[in-house]
Design a protein around this ligand. Structure first.
Ligand code: CO
Ligand code: CO
Length: 320
């Protein structure tokens, strides 16, 4: 995309440059539009649950900008000639369920015939132009907070071959269909957040690398503090590893310094592609403990401080 002749506009607050979660366009001194689009093929068997997860994944990019999602449009691909229409209905019902929870109004959509189901949303949100949370801007002395456990890619891989336990399936579906709404509200309310993104396809370290790319700070990540779904280690040791994990690792390995105190399986897990993962944000060190405690008290039980921002090794992440 970089070579294409994009038109510049002083009101464009976030475009392609930094792999932001959403585009932001200022329309007045106190209002900016936040727009994102996301759709994909089913990650779970149940159509209603898939609809929920796809909608959450799209809505979460608005929350990652510190914004509020206002309206959404459906994007649907469906094999209308060969598949039961009720399946499509259930997918859409799942999406609507999450839009309702987010306080987001469905205002339209578009569907095309396709060989396989795909579903997602285009979402429009609003934010004050001075309150946009970009995925860069972390400051030395900040603490890093992650709000959901890692391992959805690994558990989803095990689910496909029916090797995940009922308990694991329940856990991971609950996480993937959970909006980052409350987490985002608490984060914004807590103040002094310098950078934020959500953890999705590039994995925890992939998105963490985006946060410091080309900047003058580095990160230190305490692998022991990173929340992980139960049983993930065993699934990894049995070989349930999605291809995307190694692609993510190859792509970013030059930016990461691993210490022996971080076990190999856990290091690999930090590259596991996540679906509808948690918020990952950098905020003043003195505010972090309070925010994490508030999150844990309101049902975001896995929220944790997982590292800090340092002036050493700029652009790189030290994992211990
Ligand atoms: Co995102
Ligand atoms: Co996205």
């Amino acid at each position: 995309m970089r070579d294409l002749p994009f038109v510049q506009d002083p009101n464009l607050l976030s475009g392609f440059e930094h792999a932001e979660d959403a585009g932001v366009y200022k329309i007045s001194d106190d209002l900016a539009l936040v727009q994102t689009v996301d759709f994909f093929t089913p990650t779970v068997d149940d159509p209603f649950t898939f609809g929920q997860i796809a909608a959450v994944n799209a809505l979460n990019d608005i929350y990652a900008m510190g914004a509020k999602p206002l309206t959404a449009m459906n994007i649907v691909c469906f094999p209308i000639k060969t598949m039961d229409k009720n399946i499509m209905r259930e997918v859409l019902r799942g999406g609507l369920d999450k839009m309702r929870e987010a306080g987001t109004l469905l205002i339209g959509g578009h569907s095309v015939e396709d060989d396989e189901i795909k579903y997602g949303l285009s979402v429009t949100g609003i934010v004050h132009p001075d309150k946009v949370l970009f995925n860069h801007g972390a400051k030395v002395g900040d603490k890093l907070v992650l709000t959901k456990p890692l391992g959805t890619g690994i558990i989803s891989t095990a689910i496909k071959v029916e090797e995940a336990s009922d308990e694991q399936i329940k856990q991971v579906i609950k996480a993937m269909s959970g909006l980052n709404k409350k987490a985002s509200e608490l984060m914004v309310e807590g103040g002094d957040v310098h950078a934020c993104t959500d953890i999705t396809g590039f994995g925890f370290l992939g998105h963490a690398c985006e946060m410091i790319e080309g900047g003058d700070v580095g990160l230190r990540v305490n692998s022991e503090a990173v929340p992980v779904f139960e049983g993930v280690r065993e699934l990894m040791e049995t070989g349930f590893i999605p291809g995307g994990l190694y692609r993510n690792k190859d792509f970013r390995i030059n930016q990461v310094i691993k210490q022996n105190t971080c076990p190999d399986w856990l290091f690999d897990l930090l590259f596991d592609p996540q679906t509808a993962g948690g918020l990952f944000f950098s905020l003043s060190g003195d505010k972090a403990k309070n925010i994490v405690e508030k999150m844990r008290a309101t049902g975001i039980g896995d929220a944790a401080i997982v590292g800090e921002v340092v002036k050493d090794h700029p652009g790189k992440i030290f994992v211990f």
